[in-house]
Write a protein of this length. Structure first.
Length: 288
């Protein structure tokens, strides 16, 4: 029971961090929503680069917020892909804190931001017209006068505190439930079993790591990193596993059944590109 209590506590603390991060972002967003949205729209060609850069922030809340913005049709398909591909959650601090493996953090970040932007840019070439049309016609694209009038009709507290807080609470509850359920799943599977299995299948490890990375929980990125630190998988598998992993962001994306075709495209693209990058990395490392 104590182990389950630990999982419950860890899930609560992780979700609490997402709550704090989400509230800060939504609070800032409440003052500059029109300017931020127009920035993404005007810089649509390089918005995947902005997304990949934000994804490098080692915080589970980034991918959740990206999902929320994409569901609201405020960012492009390539941008949310870039955020997901670049995300590492708590894996990055864990990797850096290990003296023997910290050197791998730089090539990992380089791969994530370069390929996150590259693949995101290519995806936007496919989806750009539809994304641009939907974003342009979105309710968020309102005149500044209308936004100001809406804010005048509401108190400062309601506009800039209550709305961001209530929105953040919804995200907190969702993240907590999912984190706890998948925390239990990883507990019953056992980390030692994962290490043994993957160390015995080096050439399949990028594929297995990416499958584990699909588990929508911050714990999966920590598990992959721990296995790498203990020598259970090569750097290529670490790369593929962390490139497909986006914490609970991908699951939060699917909480709405709208645009399910596009969301499945994002998920499948993440899986395929992470494996592609992982196996290219494995091939290069075997050469040298």
């Amino acid at each position: 029971m104590s182990n389950i209590a630990d999982i419950l506590l860890d899930s609560f603390l992780d979700s609490l961090k997402v709550l704090g991060f989400a509230f800060i972002i939504f609070f800032i967003f409440s003052f500059f929503e029109d300017k931020i949205i127009r920035l993404f729209n005007k810089k649509s060609r390089i918005s995947p680069l902005i997304g990949a850069s934000l994804g490098l922030i080692p915080e589970c809340g980034v991918s959740v917020l990206a999902s929320d913005l994409y569901t609201s049709r405020l960012i492009t398909t390539g941008t949310i892909f870039a955020v997901f591909f670049a995300s590492s959650d708590e894996a990055l601090p864990l990797l850096i804190s290990n003296f023997d493996k910290a050197i791998y953090a730089l090539p990992l970040l380089f791969i994530k931001i370069i390929f996150g932007f590259l693949f995101g840019f290519l995806i936007d070439l496919i989806y750009h017209k539809n994304d641009y049309k939907e974003i342009k016609n979105n309710d968020y694209f309102r005149s500044e006068d209308k936004i100001n009038n809406e804010h005048e009709n509401e108190s400062f507290f309601m506009s800039h505190f209550m709305h961001p807080f209530l929105h953040s609470i919804k995200i907190f509850v969702y993240v907590f439930i999912i984190s706890f359920l998948f925390g239990l799943l990883l507990y019953f599977i056992g980390e030692d079993n994962v290490i043994k299995f993957m160390s015995e299948n080096i050439y399949l490890s990028p594929l297995f790591a990416s499958i584990i990375g699909l588990i929508p929980n911050c714990s999966s990125s920590i598990l992959i990193t721990n296995v790498f630190i203990k020598g259970g998988i090569p750097f290529a598998a670490l790369t593929s596993g962390l490139s497909v992993n986006s914490g609970v962001g991908i699951l939060y994306l699917f909480k709405s059944k709208n645009d399910i075709k596009n969301k499945l495209f994002i998920l499948s693209s993440l899986f395929l590109t992470s494996n592609l990058v992982g196996y290219i990395t494995l091939f290069i490392m075997k050469l040298f």
